[in-house]
Design a protein around this ligand. Structure first.
Ligand SMILES: [Cu+2]
Length: 162
């Protein structure tokens, strides 16, 4: 009679356990490389504001485009049911634009079509995104979070002129 007490594991099961552990290590490595080698971070609020008063004073009282230096802009966008203020901005091609987006009421979304800009717009928080427009054209920004009856009509446009 054997005194061996180790548990018998079927070879198939053992192999799949090894595959799962290797996958988990691979995912953990990918997260570590993304975070530390490429500096990719989970988006965090740039700033906190009071949604009840954000439209009364400060930069979102007069939302729109500010030119910081030639080719460098800030765009303050206020989302509210059911429109974006401003509805349109115009910049020349090659411009680097930093968007500061916040909401005066409920939760909205801000997605700039044909780009990788896409962020939640949460009342009380400011979402910050930067993009360089290398191609001329019209880029619509749309609300991507259902915010009520007028949601589907909630959009604006960035005109990038040659
Ligand atoms: Cu909305």
């Amino acid at each position: 009679m054997s005194t061996k007490t180790s548990m018998h594991i079927d070879p198939y099961e053992r192999n799949w356990m090894i595959v799962s552990i290797v996958l988990l290590l691979g995912f953990a490595t990918a997260i570590a490389v993304a975070a530390f080698a490429f500096g990719i971070q989970v988006p965090s609020p740039e700033q906190r504001v009071d949604p009840r008063t954000v439209a009364e004073s400060g930069p979102w009282a007069e939302p729109g485009l500010r030119e910081l230096s030639p080719g460098k802009y800030e765009a303050y966008i206020l989302a509210r049911t059911w429109l974006f203020q401003p509805r349109e901005i115009t910049v020349p091609v090659g411009s680097k634009v930093t968007f500061y987006v916040t909401s005066a009421d409920v939760q909205h979304g801000f997605k700039l079509q044909n780009t990788n800009l896409n962020v939640q717009v949460i009342p009380g928080q400011v979402s910050k995104l930067t993009i360089t427009f290398d191609e001329p054209g019209d880029y619509n920004y749309i609300c991507t979070e259902y915010c009520g009856n007028g949601h589907a009509a909630m959009f604006g446009t960035v005109h990038v002129t040659p």
